[in-house]
Design a protein. Structure first.
Length: 177
């Protein structure tokens, strides 16, 4: 691939993913309960922030600040889960909210950008296997998102499915040899 084209495609994918997550989150907000809204506006962003600190500090050698941030993120996640569970928010909905918050956080997303096409392929495959791309596609349909957003999440979901199928075929061929 052209040396100039690859970084441009990587940045376009990352930026598109960020903008789509933000748009879907904005469309979803009016449908949220008070507890879900508190999670989206207060608790969730703090969890993402602590994960961001953990990742940044861990990259710098696993210093005490990084470990503390990771522990704080886990503590906050557990407290939020208990609040959401008590309010009757389903585990699937909790996952969706967390996916959107992580996807819509510019600082977290930009701190570890997918600089190579291989990273994007891995990202797409893992999001598909974890069900994230399917959840976003369904959410876009339910919320009647603008056509650009619906098209983007559908396209990403389809491409991820093709990548996973191709990787599975490769794995089976290698195992047969």
């Amino acid at each position: 691939m052209d040396a100039l084209l690859e970084p441009a495609l990587c940045h376009a994918y990352g930026l598109s993913s960020l903008l789509v997550s933000k748009a879907l989150l904005d469309l979803l907000k009016p449908t949220l309960s008070a507890v879900e809204l508190e999670y989206v506006e207060v608790d969730g962003p703090e969890i993402v922030r602590q994960h961001y600190f953990h990742d940044v500090y861990t990259e710098q050698g696993g210093c005490p600040e990084g470990r503390a941030a990771g522990q704080e993120a886990k503590r906050l996640e557990q407290a939020s889960k208990e609040k959401l569970d008590a309010a009757g928010v389903s585990p699937e909905r909790q996952l969706l909210l967390a996916d959107l918050l992580f996807g819509a956080d510019a600082a977290f997303s930009s701190s570890f950008p997918p600089w190579k096409i291989e990273n994007i392929v891995y990202h797409l495959s893992s999001r598909f296997r974890q069900g994230k791309s399917g959840r976003l596609k369904e959410l876009a349909q339910v919320l009647k998102a603008p056509s650009e957003i619906s098209y983007f999440v559908s396209l990403v979901h389809e491409q991820a499915a093709k990548l996973v199928a191709a990787k599975e075929r490769e794995r089976k061929e290698q195992a047969a040899k």
